[in-house]
Design a protein around this ligand. Structure first.
Ligand SMILES: [Zn+2]
Length: 419
C-alpha cells in the first residue's frame, strides 16, 4: 500500500492543537488557494497532480480545480442497488468504547473521537456516536454492550482501519496503529481527521478515490460496490491524497457535509421539549383522585415525569401522557418534566388544591408563583444521552442481510479497510 511512503512525504503538522481549524472545509476555496497547495516538481517547476501526474500550465490546473468545485459528495457502500448503512434506529445509537490499552494515549483517542463525531460528522448528518466509558476496561470485539470498540494495534500496515455498517461485531472495531500517533508518519493529516475518515467508513462511505473518473493510480482502484451520491468529490475526507486529491489534510469537505445528509438526513439542531399541562388548570380544586393530562411537544421524548411536592411520583415513556394521581387533601405543587434523548428538558409546574369529596369549588387561583420552574434545559446533556440511548441499541446491532453479504465481501472488506 502506498499510503505510508506517500504520506511520509508530506509536511508534518501538530496533532491536537489544531483540531478545530482542521475540521474546516477545503471545499469552496479559491483557485489561488488551491494552486498554492499544488506540489511543484523540483527542478522543472511543473505542477504535480494526483501524486504522479504532471501538468505544465496553470490553465490545466484550473481545469482540475473547476472540476473539483462541481459535483457532489461521497460514495456510499452499495451492493445490488442497496445502500449499506445504519437503520434509522441505529444511526443515532452508535455506541463505542475506547480501550484502556491505549494507556497514556487514551486521552488523545477519546478527544479525537469527540472531535470527529460531535464536531465532525454529527454536525452535518443526523447520526450520533455515543462514548460509553463504562466499557473501556473490557473494550474488545467480544463486548456486545457497544456497537464497536476502539482498540490499539502495533505493527499494522495501516495508520488505522475501520468497518462498514454490515460488518459483524467481531470486525466492528476501529483499530489504531501506533504509527497514527507519530506526526512524522501522518504528515498534514491530523489524528482527528484520521478518525473522521475511519468513522466515514463506519457510516458506510467508501474511499472516494474509487469514484474518480478513470482512476488508474496503483493502490487506488478498488471495486464497484458503491454508489456515488451526486458525483465525484476530489476533496472528500474519504479520498486518499495520493489517489488524486488536493485535500491533503483529510478534513471534511463541504460536499462530505452535504453528502452525509443525503444518506442519513441533515443534522438536527437539538430542541428542548415543550411541556404543558392541559388538565387540571393551575390552582384548580380537584378530588383526591384525578388525572393530570400533559401535552408534550418533541420528536424524541424519552421520559415524562410527574413530581408531586418535589418527589417523583410517576414516569411515562410513551404518550398519551396522562397520569392518574391519588393524593392527600390540601395544596400540592406538581410539575411535569419531559426529557428527550439529548438530555434536554422542558417542564410545567402547577398547583392543585385537593379536597375530599367531589371538589367542585373551581379554581381558587392561589397560584403560588413558581411558574418558571426550571424552564427549558440548555447544554448538550451528554451524560443523559448516553444513559438514554445505550440500553436500546445493542440488540439490533447485527444489521440485516449479513450472512448473504459476508461471503462475497470478505476480500473486499479486507482490502478496503486499510486506513
Ligand atoms: Zn479508508
Amino acid at each position: 500500500m502506498k499510503l505510508t511512503p506517500l504520506v511520509l512525504g508530506l509536511a508534518t503538522a501538530s496533532l491536537l492543537g489544531c483540531v478545530d481549524e482542521k475540521l474546516g472545509t477545503t471545499q469552496g476555496e479559491t483557485f489561488e488557494e488551491y494552486l498554492a497547495q499544488v506540489q511543484r516538481e523540483p527542478g522543472t517547476g511543473r505542477y504535480v497532480l494526483d501524486w504522479d501526474i504532471v501538468v505544465s500550465t496553470e490553465a490545466q490546473v484550473y481545469e482540475v480545480w473547476k472540476q473539483s468545485q462541481s459535483g457532489q459528495a461521497l460514495s456510499i457502500y452499495s451492493v445490488g442497488g442497496q445502500d449499506i448503512k445504519w437503520s434509522p434506529a441505529m444511526q443515532k445509537a452508535l455506541t463505542y468504547c475506547v480501550s484502556n490499552n491505549f494507556g497514556a494515549r487514551k486521552a488523545q483517542v477519546v478527544a479525537a473521537f469527540e472531535a470527529a463525531t460531535k464536531q465532525g460528522w454529527e454536525l452535518y448528518g443526523d447520526v450520533k456516536f455515543i462514548y460509553d466509558a463504562t466499557q473501556d476496561a473490557n473494550c474488545n470485539a467480544n463486548n456486545n454492550a457497544v456497537v464497536f470498540d476502539v482498540s490499539p494495534i502495533t505493527g499494522a500496515q495501516y495508520l488505522a482501519r475501520a468497518f462498514f455498517p454490515d460488518s459483524p461485531r467481531i470486525e466492528r472495531n476501529v483499530m489504531i496503529d501506533s504509527s497514527a500517533f507519530d506526526p512524522a508518519q501522518t504528515g498534514n493529516i491530523t489524528f482527528t481527521n484520521i478518525m473522521i475518515h475511519e468513522l466515514g467508513h463506519a457510516l458506510g462511505f467508501r474511499h472516494e478515490h474509487i469514484a474518480r473518473p478513470n482512476q488508474q493510480t496503483p493502490g487506488c482502484v478498488e471495486d464497484n460496490a458503491y454508489r456515488t451520491l451526486e458525483g465525484y468529490d476530489a476533496l472528500s475526507t474519504m479520498h486518499y491524497p495520493q489517489c488524486g486529491s488536493p485535500n491533503n489534510t483529510l478534513a471534511l469537505s463541504l460536499k462530505d457535509q452535504t453528502g452525509i445528509a443525503l444518506v442519513y438526513g441533515a443534522a438536527r439542531v437539538p430542541v428542548a421539549p415543550v411541556a404543558s399541562v392541559t388538565s387540571p388548570a393551575d390552582g384548580a380544586t380537584v378530588p383526591l383522585s384525578f388525572d393530570v393530562v400533559a401535552n408534550i411537544v418533541d420528536d424524541d421524548i424519552t421520559t415524562v415525569e410527574l413530581y408531586i411536592d418535589d418527589v417523583l411520583d410517576q414516569t411515562l415513556t410513551t404518550g398519551p401522557y396522562t397520569f392518574q394521581v391519588d393524593t392527600t387533601p390540601g395544596l400540592h405543587n406538581l410539575e411535569v418534566v419531559a426529557t428527550d434523548s439529548g438530555g434536554l428538558t422542558g417542564s410545567q409546574p402547577f398547583s392543585v388544591n385537593a379536597r375530599d369529596g367531589n371538589g367542585g369549588g373551581g379554581g381558587n387561583g392561589d397560584g403560588d408563583g413558581d411558574g418558571n420552574g426550571n424552564g427549558n434545559g440548555t447544554g448538550d446533556g451528554t451524560g443523559g444521552e448516553s444513559a438514554d440511548i445505550t440500553g436500546g441499541c445493542s440488540t439490533s446491532s447485527g444489521g440485516t442481510g449479513l450472512g448473504m453479504l459476508l461471503l462475497g465481501l470478505v476480500s473486499l472488506v479486507t482490502r478496503r479497510r486499510r486506513s
